[in-house]
Design a protein around this ligand. Structure first.
Ligand code: PGA
Length: 244
């Protein structure tokens, strides 16, 4: 089970360090059976890494570029992330796809570079409300998953796919456990990835029913990951389920 917190554009270095120190304390007795990741903004990566030194919690970036260096204003390379102490990166988040022109192709290139550079990868996929209502959920997921699968043909434990229906992100509208399970099973039929995370309004109150689904192997948590108590509560639920 993998629980990842996507902080988006929240928490500078001071707040990140404080959060990570509290998380370290909260999780110490319960981290068994669950891998925990936090993904702060780039400028807070180093502070988070330092505060989590000696803890099993890993720090991921929220994006990564495919080239080692070059004229790419605003981008960060695999080596730069590694130097900051990051162990992985999220790629293809729907906010990147919708607001910053990220495509299946750029997502795949980012995933491939991170994977080849030894970083863990959480590759995000998910349909919009219009696509779901038009009955296009499966073709959309197929297109998005196959793009990543083409560049990372042999998934291993360092690659996770996050199913994040766009209509459930930041809306308070969570997919039902049945909807999540159906999408996860479909993704698994396309690509033998070890971990498929659900994302979209996951919180302590709904984490158990989602994580209990057979093809839900963890969660990518946005809003509820900003509060250390609610994030730790979701991690504890995952730990309990993975032991049972
Ligand atoms: P949310 O965000 O939990 O706030 O819906 C999830 C995500 O965007 O990864």
């Amino acid at each position: 089970m993998l629980i990842a917190g996507n902080w988006k554009m929240f928490k500078g270095p001071g707040e990140a360090a404080e959060f990570c120190r509290s998380l370290f304390e909260e999780l110490e007795p319960v981290a068994d059976g669950v891998s925990v990741v936090v993904a702060p903004p780039f400028t807070s990566l180093h502070a988070a890494v330092e505060a989590l030194r000696g803890s099993p919690v890993a720090v991921y970036a929220q994006n990564v570029h495919w080239d080692q260096d070059g004229a790419y204003t605003g981008e960060i390379s695999v080596d730069m992330l590694r130097a900051a102490g990051a162990e992985g990166a999220i790629v293809g988040h729907s906010e990147r796809r919708q607001s910053f022109g990220e495509t299946d192709e750029t997502t795949a290139r980012r995933a491939q570079a991170a994977f080849e550079g030894g970083l863990g990868v959480i590759a995000c996929v998910g349909e919009t409300l219009e696509e779901r209502e038009a009955g296009e959920t499966e073709p959309v997921l197929r297109r998005q998953v196959e793009a990543v699968a083409a560049t990372v043909p042999q998934p291993d434990a360092t690659l996770a796919v996050a199913y994040e229906p766009v209509w459930a992100i930041g809306t308070g509208r969570t997919a039902t456990p049945e909807i999540a399970e159906e999408a996860h099973a479909f993704i698994r039929s396309l690509y033998p990835v070890e971990q498929i995370l659900y994302g979209g309004s996951v919180k302590p109150e709904n984490a158990e029913e989602l994580l209990a689904q057979p093809d839900v192997d963890g969660a990518l948590v946005g809003g509820a990951s900003l509060d250390v108590h609610s994030f730790a509560a979701i991690c504890r639920t995952a730990a309990r389920l993975s032991r049972s």
